[in-house]
Structures are given as structure tokens and as C-alpha cells.
Design a protein around this ligand. Structure first.
Ligand code: NOJ
Length: 735
């Protein structure tokens, strides 16, 4: 986000006209409040949802009919700077009040959670990241930006770029996985896609990188939980994606719920002011997460709401999401000298800058023709992109005996409640999809002309149906079993202590296997699952995640071999839940896991994940040879030959890793530095070249200083983080 001089002047001149109340109003975000029409009070409804008495779907149904308060009077009084929502006509209505009925006519910035698409939902982030396709990351974000604007949303609470290494955390689904390099490339591409097509105001939105920071390190994988880490780990693992996003021009950021080393990120001056705004240079503003300022009282870091508001404002929290603490307490705090007026001015300057940059003063409304076009249905190009993204995100984990691709005339027994449900394809944090656009796996196989009979048999929840299992086993030539997690088992507030296949699905698979028929197992889930038994006993495993509206079509194309899968895992898959956190780039220990008892491992579980980061097969095979590493003054010139040794064209992702053999701090056993995605014809070979800049071979120490230390390094290249070629090189000088 860069403002012109004229835009900066516009911001300053507005600021000079504003009263303190108007300024504080800009720092207040509202979401529509529910105002009744139910048999029980709304607070009771929320409790019922939280304690499980009311299923999520029932709650949503009730909400859809609820009366809502959009805070029109507060907007009119200049007390609101931002609202949440995705209804374009409501957006225009509220915007009209802000623009025409307030003293200074400052438009609202309307934000919404558009995490992996709005109406054109594409794969959840952990799946899309596995495509290792930066151009795709960017294109899908561009599509999301356009659809957002058509719905009056000019501020997307995305990308979510929390590095996460503990699959028990439900929110691993929303982010790009366990690796800082992939997360940073993902972040950059998403920012470009959301923000850079400025050919018209209808084409770009302000991105909001979240959740800042280290939320993915929540202790025990339990959502909202505490985080604690050395400065070096913060800088080397959790900050790089945010640094990259800001370098790419990210307009805003959202602080995370967790405390970091004892200070909630909502009131953390060190992470907000010193690092994000100071060191990284964020130009736009920071918003709290929902209710987070108030939660600082529950954290026990503030005595009351007013105190929490004062701490947040002083720490550099520019906008309050939903608590009204700024609205209700900041004026007094300023008058009593507890918050300097300059703090308020800085926050408002940042908020106005984003509004100006978004073009909201010139074009505050969604044109009626844009709304109508959107309502007519999805543009074919969006459907095609959602499909391509889904196809590119399917990971083939195992294909013993070459059961896949399926023959078109094979009689398929399709099994699993997830396979027949169009409601489950979009995954967590998908809020704008319409059922008519969603293709279930059953529909996809049928549309592809498959010979399919469907036997639900059972799923993540509930009992198994013995009669259906018997028929499925008796009738098909091949059984395609779809197992995994429902959407509600993943995402926010969905941490799990046990991440093996939920319910009786393993038993279902055992019964299917007992038939002696070939069984293809398709996983449909939002987190890495603990798959020790599955990896050992199932001949064919396909990781299909929650792939979005085109899930069924994409999966059918992969199963029938129209598309050759080429995605890799963005996260390691544990053998058992107790192995979490398990990730490839862990720091070296003095006693690396090995056969000896006195090494770093468990007595009752393997020490390696079942499938490592970067892993994924294809219907063809690739061979790596001839790794060469040549030192140039400023970089390493690395090349390797990759050959397609199978019988069909396929996509491969070659991955470059590095190890700093001896350094002043313990370094990871391996760290990804680059990757390249390409296609090869059968028999074709290619020299893949990586340029590893020497300046990128360093790390941050515990003084937050970036250091480059000469010595031995090992360079690895391979098709996943485990199976690699390697070569050692001595770097004598970094200058
Ligand atoms: C809570 C979530 O943590 C965050 O990701 C989301 O953007 C906000 N609520 C707004 O819905």
C-alpha cells in the first residue's frame, strides 16, 4: 500500500478537521447485533451453541431469520469507522449514511472473512499451499478480491499466515502449514492477488494479515492458548511470513488472541509498535481480533475494560473489533492524560490512509450492475479457477498396485457420508457459498460418467450401517471410501486431543478391506490426521482436504486419471496424536532419534511422521540425480537433474533445503529455502536450477539481529523433505 502525496494531504486535511469523538469513532468496528425474535435470550442461545445443546446448523438457521441491528444511528453520529458484512445492498445503505449524513462524510471500511474465496470457494489454505504454485495463490486471491468488492467488502480478513506445527489445533486448516519459506511465499502471493490489480476499485481490497503473531504456536494445540518462545524462534519461524506480507504492501494486520511470553498480542507494544510498524514498516492499521481487547481483562493483564483499552491503544492497536471499549472509554482516557492525543491521531491517520487508498471517497458504493451480475451466478472463469485450484491441491499419498487411476467402466461402490454431501466440500471459514454451486464427490463422479452406486455406510459421526456396508462390498468392482472430518470439526475453536480418524471410520475401512475388493481411500479433512494404521493397511490413500465448490469434479478428474495429481503436503502427518507437534524443520537435538533408547523419541510411537512435509506422489515417477552446488561470490548456484521415469506427463515440485552444520544457535535439521514446480513428459528430463543468495542463509539470534555465519552447510534437493540428494559446502565468506 503506497499513498501518493495528494492522498497523504487528503488524509492530513481530514484529520485536522476531526473532533476527538469523530476520531475515536473511526477506531470502532461494529458487526450487526442480533436483537431478538427468539424464544430464549440471545446470550442463552450462544451458551447453548457453546456447550453443544444447539448444533451449529440449527444455530445458523435461527440466525438467518433473526432481527439484526446494523447500528445506523451510531454510524450517523460518526461513532463507527468500520462494519462487518457481505451484503452489498446493506453495504450501500450503511455507506450512504456514513457518506451523506455524517459531518465529514468519511466512508466505512467494510470487512469480512474471505479466507479461501467468497462465493467461488477454493481449497482451504493448507490444501492450496500444497500446490506449491505461487501463481495459483495469487490468482485465487484476485478472484476473491473481485467477488468481495461485488458484495461491498473492501477489506478481507486474509491471508491467514500462521505457521502451525501442531495438527491438534483446528486452525491449521486456515493457514499455509509448517514451513516459514512456503508461508512467506504464500503470504506474498496472496497480498499481490488481493491488492495489486488497481485497474479499477472493483478489483482490489485491503488485505489483513493475521493472526499477528505466533498464534499457531498455541501450547498443546489448544485454541486461544498461551505461547512462549525465544526471540530467535519468533523471528525465524513465526515472523517471516508477516515480514514478507508487509514488504509486499499488506495494508492491515489483525492481532492474535494469544499472549506471547506473557503479553497478549492485543496489547503487545513490542510486537505491534516495535516490530510490525517500526521494523517492518506497516503503513496501514492494526485491528484487534473479535472481543480481544475485552479479553485482556480475563487474561488478567488489565483490571477493567478502560484499562484494557488504554493498554491496547498505547501498544498500537488502531481499531477495536466489536467490544465498544474504545468508543466508551478512550475519550476519558485522553482527557485524563492516560492516552496521548498523538496515539489517537496515529491510529486514525492509518485508518484513513487505507480508506483513501481503497478509493472509497470516490467510489463508496457497489454499482447496481455489479451486484446484479454477481447475483446472476458465478462467471465460468471463476468456476474454472476453483476447479483448477482443487485439482492442483489433491495429494496422492499411496497407490499400491496402481489401483489408480480408475477405469471408466469400473463399477464403483462409493462409501461414506462425506462423499454425498455438498455441504461439506467448502471447509472451515467459507461464508459466501451457495449450495447450488457445490459439487459433492458423488455428483462429481456421476458427472464424469462414472458407474457409481452410493452406499453412505457411515461417517465421522454416528453409527455404521451394516446392510449398506455389505451391499457396497458385494456390488462394486472397486470401493471408493471417503472418510475424514466434517467441516465443524476443523477451523476456529476446533482443537482436538485425538486426531485419528473420528468416529467409527477406521472400523468401516477394516470391514471394506475384509471384502478383498480393491479399496481406494479418499481423505476429506481440515488438518493432518494421525494415520499410522491407515498408511500401513490401506493400499491407496488420496488426501483431498476440503477442496471448495468444485471438489467433486476435481476429485473425479484425479481418480479417473484425467488429471495427474501433483500436490505435496504443506504439513507433516503424524503417526499418532501424541507425536504432535511433529514437523520436518525441528531444531537439532544432542540426541537425535535413533535405535538407541537414550535418544529423543517415544517408546511407543515412531519418531518420524507417516508422511513428511513436501511429500506427494504422482501417476508417474520422478528421479533426481546429479546435484551440483557451485559457490559464486553472492550466491550458490545449485542444479539437479529431474527425470520423468514413468509413463505419463506429470507435475513435480522440486524442493531445496539447507542445513547450517554448526552455528552460534541450534539450527533446524533442515530448512526449505526454495521450490520449483514444473511438468515433464514421459522420459523427459530437466535441469532444475536454484539460486540461493548467501544473504538468505543466515538466521536471527536472540537479540533479533540477523547473522550470517561462515562454515559448513549441507544443501539438499528432492521431491519431499525426507528423500533428498545432498552435498556439503564450506562457505568461507558472506561478504
Ligand atoms: C475471529 C477469528 O479469530 C478471526 O480470524 C476472524 O477474522 C474474526 N473473528 C472476525 O470474524
Amino acid at each position: 500500500m503506497k499513498l501518493t502525496d495528494a492522498q497523504r494531504e487528503q488524509v492530513e486535511s481530514l484529520l485536522s478537521l476531526m473532533t476527538l469523538d469523530e476520531k475515536i469513532g473511526q477506531m470502532n468496528q461494529e458487526s450487526p447485533s442480533i436483537v431478538g425474535g427468539f424464544d430464549v435470550p440471545f446470550s442463552e442461545l450462544i451458551e447453548m451453541l457453546t456447550d453443544g445443546r444447539l448444533p451449529q446448523k440449527e444455530f445458523e438457521k435461527i440466525m438467518a431469520t433473526a432481527k439484526q441491528d446494523f447500528h445506523e444511528d451510531d454510524i450517523r453520529a460518526g461513532l463507527v469507522g468500520s462494519v462487518m458484512g457481505n451484503d452489498p445492498r446493506k453495504a450501500n445503505e450503511l455507506q450512504k449514511i456514513a457518506v451523506e449524513e455524517t459531518r465529514l462524510g468519511i466512508p466505512l471500511i467494510i470487512g469480512f472473512d474471505v479466507i479461501h474465496g467468497l462465493r467461488s470457494v477454493y481449497p482451504i489454505a493448507i490444501a492450496e499451499a500444497g500446490s506449491f504454485d505461487d501463481a495459483l495463490f495469487e490468482e485465487t486471491a484476485r478472484m476473491a478480491a473481485r467477488e468481495s468488492r461485488a458484495c461491498g467488502v473492501c477489506w478481507n480478513f486474509a491471508p491467514m499466515i500462521d505457521v502451525a506445527r501442531d495438527a491438534r489445533w483446528g486452525r491449521v486448516s486456515e493457514g499455509p502449514g509448517e514451513d516459514p519459506c512456503l508461508a512467506s511465499r504464500f503470504a506474498r502471493a496472496k497480498i499481490r492477488g488481493l491488492q495489486n490489480d488497481r485497474s479499477s476499485t472493483e478489483n482490489y481490497v485491503a488485505a489483513c494479515t493475521k493472526h499477528y503473531v505466533a498464534y499457531g504456536a498455541c501450547e498443546g494445540g489448544r485454541d486461544y492458548n498461551t505461547t512462549s518462545m525465544a526471540v530467535s524462534q519468533l523471528y525465524n519461524v513465526y515472523l517471516p511470513a508477516f515480514r514478507a506480507a508487509v514488504e509486499e504492501g499488506a495494508a492491515t494486520a489483525m492481532a492474535s488472541f494469544n499472549d506471547l511470553n506473557g503479553v497478549p498480542c492485543t496489547v503487545n507494544e513490542y510486537t505491534l509498535r516495535d516490530i510490525l510498524k517500526g521494523e517492518f514498516g506497516l503503513e496501514g492499521f492494526v485491528v484487534s481480533d473479535a472481543n480481544a481487547i475485552k479479553e485482556c481483562v480475563i487474561h488478567g493483564i488489565a483490571e477493567n475494560d478502560a484499562g484494557a483499552g488504554i493498554q491496547a491503544a498505547k501498544a498500537g492497536m488502531d481499531m477495536d473489533m466489536g467490544t465498544h471499549i474504545y468508543r466508551d472509554h478512550l475519550r476519558k482516557a485522553v482527557e485524563e492524560g492516560k492516552v496521548p492525543p498523538a496515539v489517537i491521531d496515529e491510529a486514525v491517520r492509518r485508518i484513513l490512509s487505507v480508506k483513501v487508498w481503497l478509493g472509497l471517497f470516490e467510489r463508496p458504493y457497489v454499482p447496481e450492475e455489479v451486484i446484479e451480475a454477481y447475483e446472476k451466478g458465478l462467471p465460468p472463469a471463476h468456476v474454472a479457477l476453483a476447479r483448477r485450484a482443487a485439482e492442483e491441491s489433491v495429494v496422492l499419498l499411496k497407490n499400491e498396485g496402481g489401483v489408480l487411476p480408475l477405469k471408466k467402466d469400473a463399477k464403483i461402490s462409493l462409501v461414506g457420508t462425506l462423499a454425498g454431501s455438498a455441504d461439506e466440500v467448502c471447509g472451515a471459514w467459507a461464508m459466501g457459498w451457495k449450495k447450488e454451486d457445490c459439487v459433492s464427490i458423488l455428483d462429481g463422479l456421476n458427472k464424469a460418467g462414472g458407474n457409481v452406486a452410493y452406499y453412505p455406510c457411515g461417517g465421522p459421526e454416528g453409527e455404521l450401517n451394516a446392510a449398506e456396508i455389505e451391499s457396497a462390498c458385494a456390488e462394486g468392482d472397486v470401493i471408493v471410501a471417503v472418510v475424514g472430518e466434517t467441516v465443524s470439526m476443523t477451523g476456529e475453536a476446533s482443537s482436538k486431543a485425538n486426531i485419528s480418524l473420528p468416529g467409527r471410520q477406521r472400523e468401516l475401512l477394516q470391514r471394506l478391506l475384509a471384502s478383498g475388493k480393491p479399496v481406494v481411500t479418499v481423505l476429506m479433512n481440515g488438518r493432518p490426521l494421525a494415520l499410522q494404521w491407515e498408511a500401513e493397511h490401506l493400499p491407496v490413500l488420496v488426501e483431498a482436504w476440503h477442496l471448495g465448490i468444485q471438489m467433486g469434479n476435481a476429485l473425479a478428474a484425479v481418480l479417473y486419471g484425467v488429471v495427474n495429481p501433483g500436490a505435496k503436503l504443506a504439513s507433516s502427518f503424524p503417526a499418532v496424536s501424541g507425536q504432535c507437534p511433529v514437523y520436518y524443520n525441528h531444531p537439532s537435538t544432542g540426541r537425535p532419534a535413533g535405535k538407541s533408547k537414550f535418544t529423543s523419541k517415544y517408546l511407543d510411537a515412531p519418531w518420524e511422521p507417516v508422511f513428511p512435509f513436501g511429500y506427494g506422489l504422482s501417476y508417474t515417477s520422478f528421479a533426481y540425480s546429479g546435484l551440483r552446488v557451485e559457490e559464486q561470490p553472492a550466491y550458490l548456484d545449485i542444479s539437479v537433474t529431474v527425470k520423468n521415469t514413468g509413463a505419463r506427463r506429470g507435475t513435480e515440485v522440486a524442493q531445496l533445503y539447507m542445513r547450517d552444520v554448526a552455528a552460534s544457535l541450534v539450527r533446524p535439521v533442515k530448512e526449505c529455502k526454495d521450490y520449483a514446480r514444473f511438468e515433464l513428459d514421459p522420459g523427459e528430463e530437466k535441469t532444475v536450477r536454484f539460486t540461493l543468495q548467501k544473504r538468505d542463509m543466515g538466521f536471527y539470534n536472540n537479540d533479533a539481529a540477523y547473522v550470517l555465519e561462515p562454515g559448513a552447510f549441507v544443501i539438499y534437493v528432492g521431491g519431499n523433505s525426507r528423500d533428498v540428494l545432498e552435498q556439503e559446502i564450506e562457505i568461507r565468506s558472506f561478504s
